[in-house]
Design a protein around this ligand. Structure first.
Ligand code: CP
Length: 341
């Protein structure tokens, strides 16, 4: 594929890129990972700026995008939305048009408290930025999707299992007394099913995700010849599985009502009924003997998963977090420069 094909493209969810574009981006990420180790990455972002507009906090996304711009010879500017004129009511279209005049790419993170826990609002605002600017807009996590996380996770799975088709990936709801949105899990379902990985979604009844995304996952699986299953029994779901991602997410009713209206206390009370939904050694022992433990991080240790599992020999969490850097060098080079050499 010609890299210039992706120049100027927004990345809001991987579902909106073709399979060929995603496979090509992952190939570039693999090649860039080797070049990163040798210190020989192409300086394709020289004199280019990537603006990173954060409405919410981040440990990995900010650091990995900033590092990605640096190693490609460019600059990533961190902008805390709270310190801009945005909270005074400045229009998104004015902010978007202005960044286009200053730089060459715009990343936006917007979810949860930033949109009053109104499901879909973060994605809607992100798309408004994309509508009003001609520079590529990269979703750095919203309330529906997290494309760079999805790409990094598929890269990690493909590294661990070069013959990844037919490997079974369990995305399991796990206990936490904190309220997490659906973006990472939904992106994961979409890209994994589309890549030919078998996906099992396991959760207690009441924690159903966005119906449209579940339907799309089913369609992706049919088209790629993989499988998509829903389970409510962790022990059955993990039996013989190759990959596990134990992750807490908010209940269906809470997300559709909006956490502020639904009530944090009421939601935590629902979560507390399932405090035994923890990824532990017993569950890991039921998986394939070559199984991998993954997590987008941050992981709530002692709630979502035990230290024994997260720090054990089967855990890929550090490699997975590192791969954020490599897929993002690929995404920035392709969308902001359209060049990989
Ligand atoms: N996984 C992820 O996006 O991490 P941060 O929230 O720390 O950026």
């Amino acid at each position: 594929m010609n890299p210039s094909k992706l120049r100027g493209r927004d990345l809001i969810t991987t579902q909106e890129w073709s399979k060929e574009e995603l496979a090509y981006t992952l190939d570039v990420a693999r090649s860039f990972k080797k070049k990163y180790r040798r210190g020989s990455l192409p300086q394709v972002l020289k004199n280019k700026t990537f603006f990173m507009l954060f409405y919410n906090t981040s440990t990995r996304t900010r650091a990995s995008f900033e590092a990605a711009a640096t190693v490609l010879g460019g600059h990533a500017q961190f902008i805390d939305f709270a310190t801009t004129r945005g909270p005074e009511g400045e229009a998104v279209k004015d902010i978007a048009r202005m960044y286009e005049r200053y730089g060459h790419g715009l990343g936006v993170r917007i979810l949860e408290s930033a949109v009053n826990y109104e499901y879909g609002k973060g994605n809607e605002i992100l798309r408004e930025y994309a509508a009003y600017t001609n520079i590529p807009v990269i979703n750095m996590a919203d309330d529906m999707y997290h494309p760079c996380q999805g790409l990094a996770d598929v890269l990690t799975i493909q590294e661990k299992f070069p013959r990844f088709r037919g490997k079974r990936y369990v995305i399991m709801w796990a206990y936490s007394d904190r309220i997490r949105s659906w973006g990472s899990v939904q992106e994961e379902m979409l890209i994994a099913s589309r890549s030919g990985i078998d996906v099992t979604l396991c959760y207690p009844r009441g924690f159903e995700l966005d119906e449209k995304i579940v339907l799309q996952t089913r369609k992706n699986a049919e088209e790629s010849g993989s499988t998509f299953e829903i389970s409510h029994e962790p022990a059955d779901a993990v039996d013989g599985a190759h990959i596990i991602f134990p992750r807490s997410w908010a209940s269906h009713e809470c997300v559709l009502t909006g956490l502020n209206k639904f009530g944090k206390e009421r939601e935590v009370t629902i979560h507390n009924k399932y405090s035994n939904w923890i990824m532990n050694q017993n569950l890991l022992d039921k998986m394939n003997k070559n199984a991998a433990v993954m997590h987008v991080l941050p992981v709530f240790r002692g709630q979502e998963a035990t230290d024994e599992v997260m720090d054990g020999a089967k855990s890929l969490i550090v490699e997975q977090a590192e791969n954020r850097l490599h897929v993002q060098t690929a995404v920035l080079a392709l969308t902001m420069a359209g060049k990989i050499l």
